[in-house]
Ligand binder design. Structure first.
Ligand SMILES: Cc1cc2nc3c(=O)[nH]c(=O)nc-3n(C[C@H](O)[C@H](O)[C@H](O)COP(=O)(O)OP(=O)(O)OC[C@H]3O[C@@H](n4cnc5c(N)ncnc54)[C@H](O)[C@@H]3O)c2cc1C
Length: 300
């Protein structure tokens, strides 16, 4: 596992959560390398930094993505297992994770900050809503801490080590294999992995996971990754912010509504009246109530 002093003193490490970090290990390429790859398609082309920037923005705008695949970045990430379960869904990365079959897990688990302990959201079935009271947050933290500590004591016992739990093994018990003992550890235990991905897919990951819809814990990972790659690929990141991260997409129906809204001088109530009320909007434009609410929220 990575040395704490290394993390504290190296600006290529960003601390996340209570015990985690994202560290930049290695990278290949630059904005110039992306331009160079694109030149194969577009001929001699750009010669100045201004032209490089314009070409990168053109590529990003028109989803000419392969030049961005010419650059790669490798990270070491320490995060709880439940965060890795989300991260690993991004299949375009090459990954090597710490083996809990080979090595003993550390007694290190994640307890959310009180500001991040929320009730179940009523609007979003997949997310958190309002923050619970400070007193309840303390009890939640105690509960997570107690259960995780007990699980680790179970792990120690199963490995045949001294344990605070009253376990009923025979005097001959020498412990079980690490691959079996580890199954009692909850998903808030920390693990580490190496993560290597090309820039195109890394930007896609950041777009999805450094977003308000993503769980706060993985947002910290994606935010740390972004802060580490931004100085390496400044023009590409600027273009990604302008054309991907901060871009607003419209469906065919959204577009029709916005076109008519302009005719209605930007007045939603006129648009609705013309369609025969709110229900009329849904049937006239063929959209659901939820889509209409989402569209309005993009502009208000
Ligand atoms: C807010 C949020 C909530 C989510 N909730 C859930 C959930 O409840 N349950 C769940 O299971 N997942 C969930 N996911 C995971 C999500 O469905 C994706 O698996 C994850 O975001 C990875 O996206 P990706 O496939 O585009 O990325 P990558 O796997 O990195 O792939 C990048 C791109 O490569 C291409 N690609 C890669 N593999 C294939 C393939 N086999 N076939 C075709 N094209 C491919 C696609 O164009 C893809 O967009 C959630 C993700 C987010 C951001």
């Amino acid at each position: 596992m990575t040395d704490q002093a290394e993390i504290d003193n190296d600006r290529n490490f960003v601390k996340i959560l209570d015990h985690g970090f994202v560290g930049l290990v290695d990278y290949m390429g630059s904005d110039a390398a992306i331009v160079q790859a694109a030149r194969v398609s577009y001929g001699e082309g750009t010669k100045t930094s201004r032209e490089d920037r314009a070409l990168i923005r053109y590529l990003m705008r028109h989803q000419h993505t392969t030049p961005f695949e010419m650059s790669e970045v490798k990270f070491i990430i320490k995060a709880p297992i439940f965060v890795f379960r989300q991260l690993i869904r991004h299949r375009t990365a090459s990954v090597n994770e710490y083996s809990a079959r080979y090595s003993v897990m550390r007694d290190e688990f994640y307890v959310p900050d009180a500001s991040n302990i929320r009730e179940q959201s009523r609007a979003n079935k997949q997310g958190g809503g309002v923050v619970v009271s400070h007193l309840d947050a303390l009890s939640v933290q105690d509960c997570i801490d107690d259960i995780s500590s007990t699980a680790y004591q179970g792990y120690e016992g199963l490995l045949g080590n001294e344990s605070e739990l009253d376990l009923d093994f025979t005097p001959d018990f020498k412990g079980v294999a690490r691959e079996t003992a580890r199954i009692v550890l909850p998903v808030n235990f920390y693990s580490q992995l190496y993560w290597k991905q090309d820039l195109k897919n890394l930007l896609h990951l950041i777009n999805l996971r450094n977003d308000a819809h993503a769980q706060p814990e993985i947002r910290q990972v994606a935010g740390a990754i972004y802060s580490l790659i931004k100085p390496l690929f400044p023009m590409t990141c600027e273009a990604a912010e302008d054309y991907i991260f901060e871009a607003v997409t419209l469906s065919r129906m959204d577009y029709a509504i916005m076109r008519d809204l302009i005719q209605s001088r930007g007045d939603w109530s006129v648009l609705e009246a013309n369609a025969g009320g709110e229900e009329g909007v849904y049937s006239h434009y063929g959209i659901s109530k939820r889509e209409f609410v989402e569209l309005k929220s993009k502009f208000t």
